[in-house]
Design a protein around this ligand. Structure first.
Ligand SMILES: [Zn+2]
Length: 281
């Protein structure tokens, strides 16, 4: 099997912290909407659901009780799908961000360094990063490392080498965030080469923000990586067209997979590749 025939894991980031119904009425906000939107995306080929939570006013929250209801609903309606909960910094401060980790989701996102975001600093101080990583180890949760910068890739490999993270690493390269790393193909190549050099057993995926989403899908799929799509990162199909659903964005990624002769990974394949616990469905 050539490297290009490796199944591609598609992650769908359904909601995020920022998009609203005003940006696109199809953005799922309530738990019921999130479950319905994820189910449709699952059927379109997504095997990981990357999840954020909103409160009754639509503001980001890390409320573990709400996350528990979403996780339960996804496990019932999308059996086998990998549930990944966000510990990102827009929904709470400090350890609040990891308050849902005792729910033992399959995966959780983990940022291991700081950088600028469009209007603020995305703060990930070393003691908080170490605490989140320790919670993930304690609860047998596979982290998805969110790399917004080259230093984050290096730091993740250090943490895996000294046992703060369990290998093999799964690292997501995020490009196109304003004031952080733009979508730049030559820099992506450096990211991939650095990860391969420092952690040869690591797997990687890539996500682009806004118009960079489809660009990063294309670049990652062509290079044998995995990829992320969904309304957290981008609410449009193109400049003039709103995406009708998360599933439509997943289908767009699946078409790119087909063009590059990459089968879309089933949830069983994705679990196996990521070394996750198997589930009976
Ligand atoms: Zn997120």
């Amino acid at each position: 099997m050539s490297a290009s025939a490796e199944p591609c894991i598609i992650c769908v980031a359904i909601t995020g912290s920022l998009p609203t119904k005003a940006n696109n009425p199809a953005v799922p906000i309530t738990i019921a909407e999130q479950i319905e939107s994820t189910h449709e995306a699952f059927e379109a080929g997504a095997s990981i659901a990357h999840c954020h939570m909103r409160d009754d006013e639509g503001r980001p929250t890390s409320d573990p009780e709400r996350f528990a209801r979403l996780k339960e609903g996804l496990e019932r309606h999308c059996p086998g799908m990998i549930v990944q909960l966000s510990t990102g910094g827009r929904s709470g401060a400090g350890r609040e961000r990891g308050g849902m980790l005792p729910l033992r989701p399959d995966m959780a996102s983990l940022s291991v360094g700081s950088n600028n975001f469009p209007t603020r600093v995305y703060e990930n101080p070393p003691d908080l990063v170490d605490w989140l990583a320790a919670e993930m180890l304690a609860h047998d949760i596979k982290p998805e490392i969110e790399a917004f910068d080259l230093s984050h890739i290096v730091q993740a490999t250090r943490m895996a080498a000294d046992g703060r993270l369990k290998g093999p690493l799964y690292v997501q390269f995020v490009m196109g965030v304003k004031n952080a790393m733009p979508a730049d193909e030559a820099i992506l190549e450096i990211y991939i080469a650095t990860l391969k050099r420092l952690a040869p057993d690591a797997l990687w995926c890539a996500a682009g923000i806004g118009p960079a989403q489809v660009q990063l899908n294309e670049w990652a799929i062509a290079r044998g990586g995995h990829t992320r799509t969904g309304m957290e990162d981008n609410v449009r199909l193109d400049r003039d067209t709103l995406a009708p659903s998360n599933a439509a964005l997943v289908r767009r990624a699946a078409v790119i997979c087909e063009r590059h002769q990459r089968p879309v990974a089933t949830w069983q394949q994705a679990r196996q590749m990521l070394g996750l616990r198997s589930v009976a469905v």
